[in-house]
Design a protein around this ligand. Structure first.
Ligand code: SF4
Ligand code: SF4
Length: 274
């Protein structure tokens, strides 16, 4: 089974307990206006090019026969400044699992493990399941997900995980459609399934100034999660930086002056990430 991954980050300390290796699956069905991983949105390989320092020599635009260059329409092997690359690499699940498990002893000694993230891992549910079956029971495996997936896919993936981190962004469906591009109905349904599943989990809300961090939205999330654990994540102000490199536009300027002071007391079990 083959899947598309856009990054593998080692020594991650923000994607679950301990020191972890995070695998970023390429492709996401959402389009959150604040997304800080624009290179993870498209479910296909794409060109990543950095303009800063380009000599305008044109070498990368000349036709070539390299197999790996054909998907992006540029030669990836000639840039004297190493400014062009292909985002997204296909992995066989067996090969990826073997690679990830090389750090098993390290994870055991550091209380860490492997985290499947994205993009949205559940967009490649079959690949996720195949990979998880090769990892489960051998190493601690966590999942980071938007929760936007068919119920069947959601359940078969989370049941193979040791820990699930799932976003709850906006409780108002119209606002959810406006700012993420999809309805929240499927997400809230899966969130309830997660609560009932017995799989250890954590909900997470990104605090986007004036959008998700309003009193009204946070109170609605607090009511929904009750005593469930939830982590509130600060907005990443560097989010727009990578958009030009994958030929995307960060269309909606986030007004950081709208930042709301979060009243943690409305939650029963929340932590605010620094
Ligand atoms: S090869 Fe590199 S320096 Fe030359 S045009 Fe392409 S990106 Fe710019
Ligand atoms: S769910 Fe995550 S990866 Fe997908 S668009 Fe939203 S912030 Fe980006």
């Amino acid at each position: 089974m083959r899947g598309l991954v856009f990054d593998i980050k080692e020594f991650s300390v923000r994607d679950g307990d301990g020191i972890r290796t995070t695998v970023f699956f390429k492709g996401c069905p959402l389009r959150c206006i604040w997304c800080h991983n624009p290179e993870g949105l498209s479910p296909v390989q794409e060109l990543y090019e950095c303009d800063a320092g380009c000599l305008q020599c044109g070498l990368c635009r000349r036709p070539c026969d390299h197999e790996d260059c054909q998907a992006v329409g540029r030669c990836l092997h000639v840039c004297p400044k190493n400014l062009v690359r292909c985002v997204g690499r296909y992995y066989e699940s067996e090969v990826l699992a073997k690679t990830l498990l090389r750090k098993k002893m390290f994870f055991e000694s550091m209380g860490g493990g492997i985290t499947l993230s994205g993009g949205e891992p559940l967009l490649q549910a079959d690949f996720c399941v195949d990979l998880l079956k090769r990892l489960s029971g051998k190493v601690h495996v966590a999942l980071e997900t938007s929760g936007y997936a068919a119920e069947e896919d959601f359940l078969r993936v989370i049941r193979l995980c040791d820990f699930v981190m799932m976003d709850l962004k906006l409780m108002d469906d119209e606002a959810h459609r406006t700012y993420t591009g999809v309805s929240n109905a499927r997400i809230l349904h899966n969130a309830r399934l997660l609560m009932e599943s017995g799989v250890p989990h954590l909900f997470r809300t990104p605090l986007i100034p004036g959008i998700t961090d309003t009193d009204e939205n946070l109170r609605a999330i607090a009511d929904f999660v009750g005593a469930e654990p939830i982590e509130l994540l600060p907005y990443n102000e560097l989010a727009p930086a990578k958009y030009p490199s994958v030929h995307r536009t960060f269309t909606h300027k986030i007004d950081t002056t709208m930042k709301n002071a979060v009243d943690l007391s409305i939650f029963q079990n929340a932590v605010l990430r620094a």
